[in-house]
Write a protein that binds this ligand. Structure first.
Ligand SMILES: [Zn+2]
Length: 78
């Protein structure tokens, strides 16, 4: 298991592993990923668009669903 120290590591949450960064890319189109889905078989990353698209299909079988797409709205305010 990979451990990355972040400033939010004090949260000690069971579900949130790490924040997504600009280096994380959507598995479908290669855009910046804002949604991280933990499956039994591994981790999937999606942009906001594809995250919504696969949500209905994957959400019921995902171990956890980490959605940072709200950040997208903030980023585009400037
Ligand atoms: Zn995408």
């Amino acid at each position: 298991m990979q451990t990355i120290a972040t400033e939010t590591s004090v949260v000690g949450d069971l579900e949130v592993g790490r924040q997504l960064t600009g280096a994380d890319r959507c598995d479908s189109c290669g855009a910046q990923a804002y949604i991280r889905v933990e499956m039994a078989s591994g981790e999937l990353l999606f942009c906001a668009h594809h995250g919504r698209e696969v949500h209905d299909k994957l959400f019921p079988i995902a171990k956890s669903w980490h959605d940072e797409s709200a950040k997208l709205l903030e980023d585009h305010r400037s």
